[in-house]
Design a binder for this molecule. Structure first.
Ligand SMILES: Nc1ncnc2c1ncn2[C@@H]1O[C@H](COP(=O)(O)OP(=O)(O)O)[C@@H](O)[C@H]1O
Ligand SMILES: [Mg+2]
Length: 293
């Protein structure tokens, strides 16, 4: 790492002590035809302003449910969520969301989908300013040539990028990303990581970002802490893993640091425990990966 990188790191590194999100004893139960299903049970999680947090865990363990309680889309059956000192009762413009399922309006073009969000959240801007914000967001996700297309004319990865551009455009203080890069190819995913960190750096790292992912490398590269969840029903937090890597992080450099390997091995072992019960094929692949390191 060069000297200037160190300087940059020092300017931007600060201790994060201001509580942004407080998940307090949250349980969520759903009524189903087969009876009541407890998705998550008594979750306590404190997230500080400016942190990037990943949530990782088996499919169906309750990651999206937990995110939805923070966004205000799902009301906790027990407990409460406080965001910026206010109890969450509904979605709000302070929390930008990228869902797993894109959630674009099918009758609107790429441009209109993003403009709609910018128009409602950044209502004090002039029309020209709003247009500039939309254009910049579309450019960021590399969709300028597709901006007049409707969602059904786009691939899954393109739709996902529209959803990302929309959330970034409104520049909320809290970004909730539910498997935001899951549908993207490796190269696009890599450039989205860079854009996400740029957005975070632009805001002096004051933005709080929570991201659900299945990708251990992605979680380590981006996060300050990684929340590993147990399987459901009644899922709880298994462990919160710190990522002790300095920023800015260079993907090619960090993989050679012992801290990276230790963190990665620890995450694999936390997740592999479950795989060994659930699926021997996956366990084998994960083990091989671990050995190749
Ligand atoms: N609205 C709902 N009604 C009934 N069950 C639900 C509902 N939403 C989620 N679940 C159930 O809760 C569990 C957790 O779901 P989810 O949070 O989507 O998991 P993940 O995002 O970790 O894959 C799953 O078993 C799912 O079927
Ligand atoms: Mg989910």
């Amino acid at each position: 790492m060069t000297k200037s990188n160190y300087d940059y790191m020092e300017t931007l590194t600060k201790t994060k002590t201001e509580l942004c999100i407080d998940v307090k004893g949250v349980s969520v139960r759903f009524k189903t035809p087969k009876g009541v299903y407890t998705a998550i049970q008594n979750i306590d999680l404190q997230i500080f302003k400016g942190e990037i947090i990943s949530i990782i865990g088996h499919s169906g363990c309750g990651k999206s449910t937990l995110m939805s309680t923070i966004s205000g889309m799902v009301k906790p059956t027990e407990g409460e969520v406080i965001v910026n000192n206010k109890k969450v009762t509904a979605p709000g413009p302070d929390r930008g969301i990228v869902f797993q399922n894109y959630s674009l309006l099918p009758w609107m073009t790429v441009y209109q989908n993003i403009y709609e969000a910018v128009d409602s959240v950044l209502s004090s801007l002039s029309r020209e300013e709003k247009r500039a914000v939309v254009d910049k967001a579309i450019q960021m996700v590399n969709l300028t040539t597709h901006k007049d297309k409707h969602p059904q004319q786009l691939s899954g990865g393109m739709k996902q990028r529209v959803a990302i551009a929309r959330a970034f455009a409104i520049n909320p203080s809290v970004l909730l990303l539910d498997e935001p890069f899951g549908a993207l190819d490796a190269l696009t995913k890599g450039s989205m990581h860079v854009e996400l960190l740029k957005l975070w750096n632009l805001d002096n790292r004051n933005k709080t970002i929570i991201m659900v992912t299945h990708d251990i490398e992605e979680a380590i590269f981006l996060s300050d802490r990684i929340v590993v969840m147990n399987d459901g029903p009644a899922a709880t937090i298994r462990e919160i893993v710190d990522v002790p890597l300095p920023r800015p992080r260079d993907k090619r450099e960090i993989v050679n640091l012992p801290e990276y390997r230790i963190t990665r091995d620890h995450l694999i072992s936390l997740l592999m425990d479950k795989f060994s019960i659930m699926d021997h094929g996956v366990e084998y692949v994960e083990k091989q990966e671990a050995e190749e390191m």
